[in-house]
Design a protein around this ligand. Sequence first.
Ligand code: ADQ
Length: 492
Amino acid sequence: MVSTADPRTYDFVIAANRLPVDRHVSPDGTTTWKTSPGGLVTAMESVMHGREAAWVGWAGFPGEAPEPFDDDALRLHPVPLSAEELVDYYEGFSNDTLWPLYHDVIVPPTFHRSWWHTYQKVNDRFAAAIAEVAAEGATVWVHDYQLQLVPALLRDRRPDLRIGWFNHIPFPPVELFAQLPWRGLILRGLLGADFLGFQRPDDARNFMRSCRSVLGTTNRGDVVHWAGADDDRLGAAPRRARAAAVPISIDASGFEHLARSPEVRERAREIRESLGDPEVVLLGVDRLDYTKGIRHRLRAIGELFEDGEIAPPEVTFVQVATPSRERVEAYRTLREQIEGTVGRINGDFSHLGDTAIHYLHQSYGREEMAALFQVADVMLVTPLRDGMNLVAKEYVTARHDGGGALVLSEFTGAAEEMRSAYLCNPHDITGLKQTILRAIRDTPTAKKRRMSALRRRVRTHDVQRWADDFLRALAVAPGKPEKPTHTDGKDA
Ligand code: ADQ
């Protein structure tokens, strides 16, 4: 399968697993494309500054890819994936090998050589597609763990390009990363970039330690020096690459504008009323993923009901769990466990008309999300590990009234910046229960003080600043080594 030829080239190219559009086919067969409402699209729009740009990614359905097409100022360049490749590269290697490994091995990663072979093949296809649309000397921004080999594969084809890569998820400590049978080649793939951006300083440090221990690189400050390898495999040439934290954020002004609209405020009032006007609404909003700590959260909430510290109708908990990766076994098991627990808690503590837990396994539009956030007196963001967690940032942004309280896990990237939240360790169920009670019972003045600090942080560190910071770092990144030296790489 080859990518579709595109005669035009661009100075700025974004590459991500998915294109930022969803295909809609109407009953009469007409195809339309709708922009996905993600922060990444907004961020990219804000940095394009009238530049012509292309986005390389999968169009969202298996088989032949559509011809390249324009979406406003953006050229969309679809990369084809077959149904088998989706199973091996996306569901398999990306979501069942790398995802659990990079999230502290909360569930055991699965290692299959056939998945790895497909991952290499698909990464090569992405690199070929980017090489085709990138103009001479173009800037290329590669996103996320699905495309870790792309930087070196692309550099081999196009040494003229300036290549950046951003990791949306954590980068694990070397003690975990070293389990990966293909660890050396993944690191060599990444070192093809000029600049590597991570969510937290710890992620960048973990990456540099892995390079040192697995490849035998040296580093000066945050610049990794790779002396190259005596083989002709991926990324064998000497390189220098900078690794640093550039935490992602949200389109704060856009989301606040939406949250302030009369429609959203009216919808928030309606939701509260439909919940029976409780005194306290607790809210969780997550993709249904084992990293998000939903089971630990339910355990804490269940015990609080059991202890009589909270009870419906005064207190109710709303858990929105977005359907996610349902073809991966660990996700199906998780869903069964969560739904079983919700059923048990509701069986024990709900009364006719007074529900302890409202559980919604659905996706909603941005307006509905903004309204839900305004209803939440206490927002529970308690992942066991999370690259950043944008829900935390969206919640405080939606609370333009300065009300509400954010309970936030220490194990999220967001906790690095949002120190005024009610921070918690979600593994410590007793501590989590106490933190939730504190967030409910603190004085309004104490809560307002925290909320106003959180809001200020997100307002001044929004997604536009993230994209600007990343591209500035990429523009001045070191690139080629000053004096190429040649020593044998370890275990590459
Ligand atoms: P995710 O793991 O998907 O992203 P997150 O940062 O929480 O996690 O973003 C989820 C987004 O989906 C938010 O914008 C949220 O509002 C939205 N959402 C959640 N449930 C929804 C629902 N039911 N209906 C509609 N929208 C819903 C990965 C990493 C994160 C990192 C992001 C960005 O795992 O750590 O913050 O990328 O880098």
